[in-house]
Design a protein around this ligand. Structure first.
Ligand code: NAI
Ligand code: MG
Length: 499
């Protein structure tokens, strides 16, 4: 319990438009990673709460005001929600920082920026058009309708709770579905607070619900619930696979944004100061806790030593400390298991023969207090077959791997199970285009890193995921197509043969 003696804030589920106590009557602590102390209590859900929420979402999908709304009216609700976010974005960001330890400067940007998802998909809601199909049959009209799927389960992780929820919630609602959100057990608070805005915007009860708790207790029954039509997930590949297996039993749709081991590739013709910054932003921003982390630095052998020297010099200057402070650059790791996992990977890398040229352990600095801090760490002498080069660490740990030429860079870059993103640093336009074609990843950045937008498709190749999020076409991930045939013939023809 909280050693300060203050009473902790209590968060309950949000089901059918109301704050609901968990059936178990149990709550668990959520921690502030900067202090390593609990700051709130969160409802510990189980299958009973999941059932309540899914039933509410199913009722809201099939009866009441929601299915009667026109697409334009649904869009208007989303636009209203987008407008409500602005004035609350800093408050929501502060809650996220208290819960996940990421920098306020980054989270405040994210919570403000996420309004764009609600605005964009709100605008798109009434532009989803079917087609009149030219028919090869006489006296018949054939047209298509794009209809919502039903209840969507949105299962999200702790690194960007509200933003990654928006990526699912905005298109799901624009398409006319209803939603049950399962936040990460490490970061439930901001999503629950966000429900106040959903309510103020005027969404009918049951259209958006939140059940908090652990993956096994809440995530698993949610993804297997017979009344859930689709599971939209962001998280680890291992959990993604489990959810996919569970969803398969009910032949549910899934979309999955999973992890990565993304290469950030620096050629000898690159603008090196920019490349250094790009590599830093790929691995030390967000303390490396992003799915798109550029955790493998592939650097051309001719500039390897000089580049590593510049990189280490720059990374050394990173200011660690309180994530709420405007001048902090590297904050704590979000949770204790993750902190331990990162330190374990650092040990694994050492045992594999990789050589740390920066960091290489927990951060013990006065400005880090009791928080879960890991030193920004750079390993050289990494072979691409090592575990440190193949497995997602999800922390501030960079593996440096030299390459000879373009073919070698492509071969190393693609030789992983993942394919979420890749970065290329070069001033040669031919090389930039050729690399963007040859890299097996859902996103390729050239001379930039970590750019994402509501306008542009995002998702993974290989074990990095299934389906895409963001952009115009992606609303179809939340729709199904119906084909309607209407006969205009005066008489029904021979009934014993197919028409
Ligand atoms: P996770 O992938 O296990 O959790 C993500 C979400 O899935 C959470 O809401 C969790 O409660 C839920 N979940 C867990 N088990 C489930 C199950 N059996 N059925 C349904 N839902 C379930 O991620 P976790 O444990 O928080 O972190 C573990 C590792 O995952 C990290 O070390 C990191 O490597 C990776 N990760 C990747 C993320 C990404 O954006 N690609 C985000 C967070 C973690
Ligand atoms: Mg927390």
């Amino acid at each position: 319990m909280d050693t300060s003696g203050e009473t902790l804030k209590v968060y309950r589920h949000y089901i059918d438009g109301a704050s609901v106590a968990p059936a178990s009557d149990r709550y668990f602590e959520t921690f502030n990673p900067f202090t390593a102390k609990p700051w709130a209590m969160v409802a510990q859900g189980d299958a009973r709460d999941v059932d309540l929420a899914v039933e509410a979402a199913h009722r809201a999908f099939t009866s009441g005001p929601w299915p009667k709304l026109t697409a334009s009216q649904r869009g208007a609700l989303l636009l209203r929600l987008a407008d409500l976010i602005g004035p609350q974005s800093l408050r929501l960001a502060e809650i996220e920082v208290r819960d996940n330890g990421k920098l306020l400067s980054e989270m405040a940007g994210q919570t403000a920026y996420m309004a764009n998802w609600y605005r964009y998909y709100g605008g798109l809601a009434d532009k989803i058009e079917g087609a009149v199909i030219p028919t090869d049959k006489a006296d018949v009209l054939n047209f298509t309708r794009h209809e919502p799927l039903g209840v969507i389960a949105a299962i999200v992780p702790w690194n960007s709770p509200l933003l990654l929820t928006a990526w699912k919630l905005a298109p799901a609602l624009a398409a006319g579905n209803t939603v049950v959100i399962k936040p990460s057990e490490y970061t439930s608070a901001s999503i629950l607070e966000f429900m106040e805005l959903v309510e103020q915007a005027g969404f009918p009860s049951g259209v958006v619900n939140v059940v908090t708790g652990f993956g096994q207790d809440v995530g698993a029954p949610l993804s297997e619930h017979p009344k859930v039509a689709k599971v939209a997930f962001t998280g680890s590949d291992r959990t993604g696979q489990l959810i996919y297996e569970g969803a398969a039993k009910g032949l549910k749709r899934v979309s999955m944004e999973l992890g990565g081991k993304s290469p950030n590739i620096v050629f000898d013709d690159a603008e090196l100061d920019n490349a250094v910054k790009g590599v830093i932003s790929g691995i030390f921003a967000a303390t490396g806790q992003t799915c798109i982390a550029g955790s493998r630095l592939l650097v051309q052998r001719s500039i390897h030593d000089a580049f590593v020297e510049r990189l280490v010099a720059f990374a050394k200057t990173a200011r660690m400390g309180n994530p709420m402070s405007a001048d902090t650059q590297v904050g704590p790791v979000t949770n204790l298991p993750q902190y331990r996992k990162i330190l374990e990977y650092i040990d694994i890398a050492r045992a594999e023969g990789a050589i740390p040229v920066l960091g290489g352990g927990k951060a013990v600095r006065p400005e880090c207090g009791d928080g879960w801090f890991v030193e920004p760490t750079i390993f050289v002498g990494v072979g691409n077959a090592m575990r440190i080069a193949q497995e997602e660490v999800f922390g501030p740990v960079l593996s440096v791997i030299p390459f000879e030429d373009e073919d070698d860079a492509v071969a190393i870059a693609n030789d992983v199970q993942f394919g979420l993103a890749a970065g290329v640093w070069t001033q040669d336009i031919r090389r930039a285009l050729s690399m963007s074609e040859r890299l097996r990843a859902g996103t390729v950045w050239v001379n930039t890193y970590r750019a994402v937008s509501y306008l542009s498709p995002f998702g993974g190749y290989k074990r990095s995921g299934l389906g895409r999020e963001n952009g115009q076409d992606m609303i179809h991930e939340y729709l199904q197509t119906k084909s309607v045939w209407i006969s205009t013939a005066a008489e029904v023809p021979n009934p014993f043969v197919m028409r």
